[in-house]
Design a protein around this ligand. Structure first.
Ligand SMILES: [Fe+2]
Length: 351
């Protein structure tokens, strides 16, 4: 018992120290926001987060949150689709308080099943207007855009198609790589909305006939860099991260942008939400509030070339302005669970 009391007292002392440090470093506003966190720590609570977002990004956000609040987070990493299936199976008995999905459709599918609680209004209001679910059940944790990665030794930027629909053409047989995860279903949804279901299905079938499917975007990027394939459909951050680490000039690859406003110029997001079944609603909401805070977003974009979801945070990576390029009429909030995109992909034999 004495040990327990000492333990709690020591933790409280530490949290006061941390608050003082934050006061000195960040000013009064940050200290005020840290206060409710300190109370949570006194209750010795731990959150459980299922995360399909990249492991390093998740670790950095969680470490920053724990440092700021004293609240521990137990993370279960996995693929977003597998974690979403697990959450659907566990239902109200899930040990998870939160889910951070690498793709918004996986979490939107849980919202459709009624498993998510509404995200606090202040959290939703902190991010750019289209970076949240239309029904307020999830909020974006980071953003990226679809692009075409190409091998400069095999093809020139000028020879690549302007519109995403033209990439599945027989002209590019055995040259185009794709992966049906991480932004792909969002892209198919945008195609369906902007071009119609028939064109989207024809595109998927042609992609199956003419392209090569990779199990993940990491493998796709390596294949194009190695010259196995001339180009591939992917998200920007794989190449932008690699370019910062290795130097853009040393790489065989570069990013090509399709036409502005084209359905291929799509912005897609990672997305986080709170499970309705959580017994720690207030604390789970605080985690989401931290995720979209300036401090949380700085931690998220520190190691991966994804975009912050709110104003006032700068990525350390050299990224083009999203307002210059990502102007598809379809926004992350429009994508939903991408159910029809999955169905069409199945019909085309891709999944
Ligand atoms: Fe990814």
């Amino acid at each position: 018992m004495v040990d327990k009391i000492f333990d709690v007292t020591a933790k409280l002392a530490m949290s006061r120290r941390e608050i003082l440090q934050r006061t000195l470093l960040l000013g009064g506003a940050a200290a005020a926001s840290a206060l409710p966190m300190a109370h949570a720590q006194a209750a010795d609570e731990t959150l459980v987060l299922y995360s399909g977002e990249h492991r390093e990004t998740t670790e950095q956000l969680v470490a920053a949150f724990t440092k700021a609040s004293g609240v521990k987070v137990t993370v279960r990493n996995g693929s977003s689709s597998e974690l979403a299936s697990q959450l659907a199976e566990e239902g109200a008995n899930s040990p998870a308080d939160l889910f951070w999905s690498e793709q918004s459709p996986n979490i939107a599918a849980l919202a459709d099943k009624g498993l998510l609680a509404p995200v606090d209004a202040d959290t939703l209001n902190a991010v750019y207007p289209s970076f949240k679910a239309a029904d307020g059940t999830w909020v974006a944790g980071s953003a990226r855009y679809r692009a075409v990665l190409y091998n400069k030794k095999m093809i020139s930027d000028a020879d690549l198609p302007v519109h995403i629909l033209d990439y599945a053409d027989a002209k590019w047989k055995d040259k185009i790589a794709f992966c049906v995860k991480d932004g792909f279903m969002e892209q198919v949804t945008a195609l369906m909305i902007l071009e119609g279901k028939d064109k989207a299905l024809a595109w998927l079938k042609a992609l199956k006939d003419n392209g090569r499917q990779y199990p993940g975007n990491g493998a796709l990027v390596k294949a194009v860099e190695a010259g196995e394939m001339a180009f591939g459909l992917t998200n920007n951050y794989y190449w932008d991260t690699m370019a910062k680490e290795q130097g853009a000039d040393t790489l065989n690859t570069a990013l090509h942008l399709v036409a502005k406003g084209d359905s291929g110029a799509l912005v897609n997001v990672t997305a986080a939400g709170v499970l309705k079944s959580t017994k720690k609603m207030e604390l789970a909401q605080k985690f989401l509030a931290y995720l979209v805070s300036e401090e949380g977003q700085s931690a998220v974009v520190a190691s991966i070339a994804e975009y912050p979801v709110r104003p006032g945070v700068t990525s350390p990576f050299k990224l083009l302005s999203l307002s210059d390029y990502g102007q598809s009429k379809v926004t992350p909030g429009d994508i939903g669970a991408a159910t029809e995109a999955f169905a069409l992909s199945r019909e085309a034999g891709l999944v």
